[in-house]
Design a protein around this ligand. Sequence first.
Ligand SMILES: [Mg+2]
Length: 389
Amino acid sequence: MSGDDTVAETFVLRETAAEPMTVVAVRAHRHRAPLLRPFVTAARRTEAVEYVVAEVELTGGVLGQGSAAETVAVTGESAETITAALTGPLRRALEGTGGTILELSARIAGALEGATSAKAALEVAVHDAWARRLDAPLVELLGGRIGDGLMNDMTISLEDPEVMATRAREAVVGGEQVLKIKLGRDIDEDRRRLAAVVEAAPGARLRLDANQGWEPEQAIDIITGFVADGLPLDLVEQPVAAANIEGLARVSAAVEVPIMADESVWDAADARRLVEADAVDLLNIKLAKTGGLRGALAIADVAREAGVECMVGAMMEPRISITAAAHLAIAHPAITMIDLDPPAWFASDVPAGGYVQDSGWLRLTGGPGLGLDRLGADVDPSDPIGDDR
Ligand SMILES: [Mg+2]
């Protein structure tokens, strides 16, 4: 493509992006998706995911979808409250109104307090419809390139060391190169688990998530011990309590392993506080925490300015949410890592499209919007669909 074409296309993109759209309808439908095998962390054991699909319709019949899973322990939202937010205040804020993508996103953010995953579902749906209307992949409207990809990881559930070793071996044989492990509360048991995983999958890199489990001094001892054990660590996520910024800074200063904030960062103001305190090396962005793409991009902008890199993660969410997270991740230069394996846990991973994964490497499939088929209200994710994607 010549330079002139690039200029012309950018111009067209800006013009169309600034064009207002009108939302004629906001709808929501619920699904229950069984997992292939239980997902076990120190906090909970999940066998099925309750989620809600948000759908918007623009004038002319253009549709867009987003989704949100029940995550009572993290965002405080259940499938009932997500549905109530979508069909109540969020629908009232949007239905019958017009505006640019930024105006509609701002209206969603201001429609009610909290409800970040319900807002994310609707805000993603609006972005999907916006991009479909412009016949462009969302990633390109956000400034990225459809052909780019990122290395994904695979979570190994918290089980006995032998079971975790088997799962780690299976993952690596299946092409995974990065394993994520959510640690328990017994550090001696964790060391046995990690040793078993490393023995079973010697070439894999590890990401550890302590989910606020330690005190700062304890975290320093534990992580120093992991390094002495020779564990191939990419990062350690949220070693101490979310509000303990000073503790995070102490851990970051004391260990070589990059420290990532997750529960400590929900919005750009949190991100700014963390980077100003030199508290972490990395930030974990999740759409269910930020309330959608615009809040997520704002965190990534803070990170880029501070020279901090980001990972895009997710809750145990369905494919629509994960595809939106992948578009976000590939679009922003400060986002260099993804932790987006939830669809691999679903017995029936619907709808088709969005992205493909090969040897741990995730790429978007292209097509307008998120590039996904529409998920109808009548689809039952308990029905197996085969593996013909
Ligand atoms: Mg985490």
